[in-house]
Ligand binder design. Sequence first.
Ligand SMILES: CC(C)(COP(=O)(O)OP(=O)(O)OC[C@H]1O[C@@H](n2cnc3c(N)ncnc32)[C@H](O)[C@@H]1OP(=O)(O)O)[C@@H](O)C(=O)NCCC(=O)NCCS
Length: 153
Amino acid sequence: MDSQPDLWKKAEQKDRDFIRKASEEFTIFGPYVEIIDGWFRDPWVETWIYGDQKGFLMLGPFFPSFFCSILDVMVIYVSPFWRRRGVGKTMLEFARVRAERKGYRFLRAHVGCENQAAFKLFKKAGFKVKRKIEGYYPSGLSAFEFFKEVNSK
Ligand SMILES: CC(C)(COP(=O)(O)OP(=O)(O)OC[C@H]1O[C@@H](n2cnc3c(N)ncnc32)[C@H](O)[C@@H]1OP(=O)(O)O)[C@@H](O)C(=O)NCCC(=O)NCCS
């Protein structure tokens, strides 16, 4: 599956409730309903909705690429009903294409060390663990930092 542009749209104000509700799944990591809501309003962050709220993706910060070569997958979320059908993988390919178009060299993501599903998803999508960061999240949980070269599929 490629990035299928017709299935994607930039999030609008009417998507905010969906995103806030979905963000509750991240509260074990800290106050992520508020944090993600802040990113939603941040002009440096792109929020993309996949397939009529099957999921959403946040990418950023979109600083000029001569300033920063790394683009973060800040949030990837698939609604429970749509999981294990390849949506997450499609989203990461979309992120790769988006980063490539904008001239970034690396995609980065932080994944909670206990998050098996996300760990496997990123590995399967060609991301590599660079290091473990103890106490990365506001709640004190640790994360793996993943990287992928944007020009490698
Ligand atoms: C993590 C998440 C985005 C995965 O989305 P998804 O659409 O289910 O992922 P895919 O169907 O594309 O799965 C791709 C691969 O990832 C791995 N994977 C995904 N979910 C898995 C699970 N629950 N258990 C084990 N492996 C899993 C598998 O290797 C899978 O390939 P396969 O189905 O051919 O075996 C989704 O579970 C989610 O939104 N979780 C809650 C939010 C979250 O944790 N986000 C990540 C923050 S870093």
